[in-house]
Write a protein that binds this ligand. Sequence first.
Ligand code: GDP
Ligand code: ZN
Length: 459
Amino acid sequence: MEGDTIAAISTPSGEGAIAIVRISGMEAAAIAEKLYRGKVSLSSVDSHTIHYGNVVNPETEEIVEEVMVSVLRAPKTFTREDIMEINCHGGIVSVNKVLDLVLSQGARLAEPGEFTKRAFLNGRIDLSQAEAVMDLIRAKTDRAMNVAMKQVEGRLAGRIRSLRQQLLETVANVEVNIDYPEYDDAETMTLDTLTGRAAAVRDEIDNLLTTAQQGKILREGLSTAIIGRPNVGKSSLMNSLVHENKAIVTEVPGTTRDMLEEYVNVRGVPLKLIDTAGIRETEDIVEKIGVERSRQALNEAELILLVVNSSEVLTKEDEALFEAIRGMNAVIILNKTDLPRNIDEARIRELADGRPVITASLLQDEGIDELETSISTLFFDEGVEAADLSYLSNARHIGLLNQAKQSINDAVEAAEMEVPVDMIQIDITRAWEQLGEIIGENVHESLIDQLFSQFCLGK
Ligand code: GDP
Ligand code: ZN
């Protein structure tokens, strides 16, 4: 039932010292009031104010937690309902106690994503914005955060709306042709102009899709493997990357501590270092598991950092590693340049096959800057950034854009085969509907439920 009062812990568990119990709905203020003891009455204070006090068990008056309560009244709230946010300081145990008390006073535990779902259903945000909120929660770097923010501001939605408008106008013109076939005027839509307009929309969709790959990387991190023979400096490289950048460690849900993923933010590119713990603990992954098996580990990598020792001649093992990464995204690091050079650099460039080769002395902290620059230019060439496109970062959006593009292709092909114009209209209408699904127009209720159930609890 919509409209009842929901509550959940709205801070990610384990993050930060403050945990928040968020309550949204008609009864939010009344429920908070029953538990709150302080100098004010929460139902009569101004909206958007915050109040110190205690949460007590109303049956025993026993103090459960020292709190700050934010009072946010409808309609200027995220859900457009009354919201009470109880900020607790005492960690996960006491925040759970507070949540239990809130539930005991008549709130219902929110389903995952239900706050955001209400924001959507109450017209506060459109669907692409709702999804962006989810991305925001999971954003791994500042740059990813910006992408999500832009989407929140409705940039993607704006572009989609304008594309739909263009398609609608095209369909409207086709309509004229069907209803008034004798209306022989410059305004009538010839198959040529129809094809032209449809193709223009398709090109714009293509533009949006080219940004999709960057968006995915920003959201999920770029799987990165550091490889090389024993003793070339892999661990040193890992340490430099981790120490010079903010490392973000996230727990993969449902796994134990040894399945931690480590993210390193390199100039806005979140590198997801593959099997970090493995590389760190076993020291030399290549040595331990052999080139053959490291080849397998390489399959899931989107970026390879191959380290070679410039003070030694190239070995068969080095060559085997180059062979293993043929055709992959890679940066070659010629390490230990503080020592006399014995490596054949011409051969290295040949093996690198156009991929960047960086000289470095990790011992002396040299080369990391150049490495970071080359990683960032690999994934954000100037053009993309300068165009200030709203990156697409959502698999559902990308899927729908591809479908819409296909529908428009069908329309263009049909037009070229001089198929009756009302047949072409069907394809264009389908593209219009598919674009609409991205921003939540024409979306079936069950699709909405499915989408919102993927949100983190308490958002
Ligand atoms: P790994 O086995 O590939 O992980 O290599 P390590 O990072 O453990 O380094 C092996 C050895 O090489 C260590 O003694 C490092 O101090 C040393 N080393 C790493 N980078 C450099 C460098 O740029 N110059 C010199 N001279 N030694 C280095
Ligand atoms: Zn090592």
